[in-house]
Design a protein around this ligand. Structure first.
Ligand SMILES: [Zn+2]
Length: 494
């Protein structure tokens, strides 16, 4: 637990242990459409402020929204990938509130009849699998962005960029099923991975494509009733989510232990101070005066459309992990790592299919390949070594034509030059030396040069044997077959 807050640092572990926390997450995901949800403006990130706007997304009088079908389809993909029921009928509602980033004075969202309900996703935390319920997934438009710095009069004025206004979002609301900050972290990780696999969002947190609010409360262990919950906003990184929850849980326990009570409110995570601060008392649904959006027809999803979307889903991370374990004999750890992204999983599978032993492929990808990609700042899609080229190298190692340590040098040369393993091995004369007469000559030379160590070995110092092996390997530039070297030295020395 975080010890950053002075008031919570005093809580003894046995007091903390009396309580259990209850966490639910509301995640906003920006859908990967080219145009906005109710107009044709571009959703491209990073364009000059207020260049991707039109009368519709600026909320000018007399304009009417037109629903972007692609946004509905992407939200359906998300719903089905999260095991939700996509409702045959859903509809939009107006969520009324006044804020400069909302030019219409209301946000078009979904309220009583959301697009999808009752799903779940599985998290894997400390080797234990747990299902976290998903209450609902709905569609809505994003607001504009208030910019408080970077302009000539920023000290006195707020600037607003309406480019983001009307970008399609899916809000995914979980059940209060998580019990620790680590589980919340695991949930967000799993959710993000599914969104990336299905191509629903780029989930870029720096660009705001994935945003997370958390509802958190605490109760005495064994209690049935939930405690009073607090909403924490502004959790724009995985680390902030975990730290904010840790802070907030200790704060709640501190308040309850002191005999006070928790107020339902919205708080903000303040990263600089490592604490949450009160923002406002929590608004209730009736504060927003929701009512059905009169300018849009209800959404009707036919079973044929739903089936089409379901069929278009790719293999999801959980299924891929299970298949990698059963089809390729990978450990759960390797399967987890290699399914981290679709590109990585695809690379592994292509390497194995090109004939590489799967366990070796898994090891080499996780060590040699990922390290070099990381060092050179390259994505796996841009790897200078293709899966087929890696498979060729691994087959040379597997068949004993080159040693593992030479294999690593060859891999480095392949990564640098893009040449094939066979080419490098031939050009640099790196093939493993298994020719016994050459190895025997090298061994005899080493023995002749080290009479002292020969004497030590003969007097029973077995440890010296390794010295001889090392010297022969060195003399052959690491290319000698280690087993052959062992056998020859054993024969010559005894
Ligand atoms: Zn527009």
């Amino acid at each position: 637990m975080a010890k950053s807050a002075p008031e919570s640092a005093a809580i003894a572990p046995e007091v903390l242990a009396k309580y259990e926390s209850v966490i639910g997450l509301e995640v906003h995901v920006q859908l990967l459409t080219n145009s906005k949800i109710f107009c044709g403006c571009s959703t491209h990130f990073g364009d000059p402020p207020n260049t991707n706007v039109c009368p519709v997304c600026l909320g000018l009088p007399g304009t009417l929204p037109i629903l972007n079908k692609r946004a509905v389809e992407l939200a359906m993909r998300a719903s089905l990938a999260l095991n939700c029921t996509v409702q045959e009928h859903s509809r939009f509602a107006r969520k009324n509130y006044f804020y400069p980033d909302l030019p219409k004075g209301y946000q078009i969202s979904q309220y009583e009849l959301p697009l999808a309900t009752s799903g779940w996703l599985e998290i894997d935390h400390d080797g234990a699998k747990r299902r976290i319920g998903i209450t609902r997934l709905h569609l809505e438009e994003d607001a504009a962005k208030n910019l408080h710095e970077g302009f000539s009069q920023s000290a006195a004025k707020a600037y607003i960029d309406y480019n983001r206004c009307g970008t399609p979002l899916s809000e995914i609301v979980s059940e209060p099923d998580m019990r620790t900050p680590e589980e919340a972290y695991a949930y967000l990780t799993a959710l993000r991975q599914i969104m990336l696999y299905t191509g629903i969002s780029d989930c870029n947190m720096e660009e705001g494509s994935l945003r997370c609010d958390a509802n958190v409360s605490v109760r005495l262990r064994g209690a049935k009733e939930f405690g009073t919950k607090v909403e924490v906003k502004n959790l724009n990184s995985f680390r902030f989510l975990q730290k904010a929850l840790e802070f907030e849980i200790e704060r709640h326990i501190g308040v309850l232990e002191s005999g006070s009570r928790i107020f339902q409110e919205t708080r903000l995570w303040n990263q600089a101070e490592s604490c949450t601060v009160s923002m406002r008392s929590k608004e209730k649904a009736h504060d927003y005066r929701y009512f059905p959006e009169p300018d849009l027809l209800p959404i009707h999803v036919s079973s044929a459309w739903r089936e089409d979307v379901l069929r278009s889903l790719p293999e999801l991370p959980e299924a891929k992990r299970a298949r990698f374990i059963s089809a390729y004999g990978l450990t759960p750890y390797d399967a987890e790592l290699l399914t981290g992204t679709q590109a990585l999983a695809g690379y592994f599978e292509a390497t194995a299919k090109a004939g590489a032993p799967s366990k070796a492929a898994a090891n080499w990808i996780q060590t040699e390949l990922l390290r070099r990609l990381n060092d050179s700042g390259k994505e796996i899609e841009a790897s200078p070594v293709s899966p087929a080229a890696l498979a060729e190298l691994l087959k040379l190692v597997e068949s004993g034509q080159i040693t593992v340590s030479i294999g690593k040098k060859v891999f480095a040369a392949m990564f640098e030059s893009g040449r094939s393993a066979a080419e490098i091995v031939a050009a640099e004369g790196l093939a493993q030396i298994s020719d016994t007469s050459a190895l025997e000559q090298a061994a005899r030379d080493v023995i002749a040069k080290n009479p002292d160590n020969v004497a030590k070995f003969k007097s029973g110092n077995e440890g010296v044997f390794k010295f001889f092996v090392g010297q022969v390997m060195r003399a052959t530039r690491g290319q000698a077959n280690p087993q052959a070297v062992n056998d020859i030295l054993r024969k010559l020395l005894t």
